[in-house]
Design a protein around this ligand. Structure first.
Ligand code: IMP
Length: 193
């Protein structure tokens, strides 16, 4: 069985690939010749995931799933949220985004935050949405070299490591994307096969 995962991000692709049963051939956007950046113009995480899945279906004809993720900081009223990629007004520069967030939080004691992933699935004319949330805190400084994006400054609840100090497998087990993916796999009834 072939499934398109609508991402250009090789880190995300690897995270999702390790959760897939062996008989599923996961295709990336590059694999189907979709080289353009798909516009993410919605003001919600869920809306952007749906936009991406619909773009692939309408332009390339493939059934697919797409994810969108945001980091919601309690003390910043949920920011950066849906604007996580462009938080520092650059096009997805992880270093600049982390620096801006740490600066915004210099005098803030409540460092609680959560990653939220929405996965939109377009399959045989039906559309479904799956959510995964991971609670945690924003650290005082970046730690670790694994992962991507905000991983070095996010410490999931119940752990002493940041996501960037964990293996891919461990992040997937407890992380937002892994949770949403397991919902998707359950829906597809693929997880036991
Ligand atoms: P998008 O879902 O690819 O649009 O990501 C939005 C922003 O959140 C980007 O800046 C990503 O680098 C960041 N991001 C998405 N997923 C993760 C994650 O699992 N860990 C850390 N940062 C992430």
């Amino acid at each position: 069985m072939k499934l398109v995962f609508a991402t250009h991000n090789p880190n995300k692709f690897r995270e999702v690939q390790i959760l897939m049963p062996k008989h599923v051939k996961l295709l990336s956007l590059n694999d189907i010749g979709c080289l353009e950046d798909i516009p993410e113009t919605s003001d919600t995480i869920e809306g952007n995931a749906i936009l991406k899945a619909e773009h692939v279906k309408s332009h390339y004809g493939y059934d697919c799933f797409a994810d969108d993720t945001g980091l919601e900081v309690s003390a910043l009223n949920g920011a950066p949220g849906v604007y996580s990629a462009r938080y520092a007004n650059t096009s997805n520069n992880a270093q600049a985004n982390m620096e801006k967030l740490l600066n915004e939080m210099l005098d803030i004691e409540d460092r609680s935050a959560r990653f939220k992933t929405a996965i939109a699935l377009t399959l045989e004319g039906h559309q479904n949405l799956f959510l995964g949330i991971c609670e945690g805190t924003i650290t005082l400084e970046p730690r670790g070299k694994e992962g991507f994006g905000y991983d070095p400054i996010f410490q999931p609840l119940g752990f002493v490591e940041t996501f960037a100090e964990m293996s891919l497998t461990q992040k997937s087990e407890i992380g937002h994307r892994g949770k949403a993916m397991r919902e998707l796999l359950e829906y597809l009834s693929l997880n036991n096969s």
